[in-house]
Ligand binder design. Sequence first.
Ligand SMILES: [Zn+2]
Length: 202
Amino acid sequence: MTDEQTPSNNLDSILGTDVEELKKAINVAIEARKNAKTFRSSVGIAMQMYDGTIFPGFNIETYAHKGYHAEEVATINALSAGYHGTDFKRMIEIFQDAGHDEVEIFPACPLHCWGTLLEFTHPYLQIVVADVSGNVKYSIRLNELFNTDKGFDIYPSVKIREIKPKLNVMPKLPLSEELKPFYESDAKFRAYCDNVLKVRKI
Ligand SMILES: [Zn+2]
């Protein structure tokens, strides 16, 4: 991490003009983390929609086999309210494991949660990682987590989504102005919006 990316001075550069909105979301993630049902690791998530609605998520560990990651819980909370796909603006993640030190944080867990987010949100979801005190460490778009310059698509590709369509995947909101440059420049994202999400046009 460079000096330019330290928590105290990077909020504006990361998130433009909505710093107050970001702080509100960070607080939701901090509070959500307190609800973690866990033996050790506690994760808090705030999933923010483009209309400003924020959904909390926390991890749930069980005595049985299956646990639930905070990213999953927040995503399901949003889906339950009818949001999907390009409705998702940003995910705040606050993570600390008892066995890790304070600076060892990461933007959702690879494989399972990255895939879950890709399937139910969209490639340009903004992921903001903060420490347990709410200091922003960094921000990244979901698709930046994947190395896709090797000529392959991460499952589920737009192609498989078109071949095997799902019900109830239409977003609740029109395509955000913030996402429109990506819609114009990224043919796969455009196909996802048009053919899979059938996102409402303004
Ligand atoms: Zn996860």
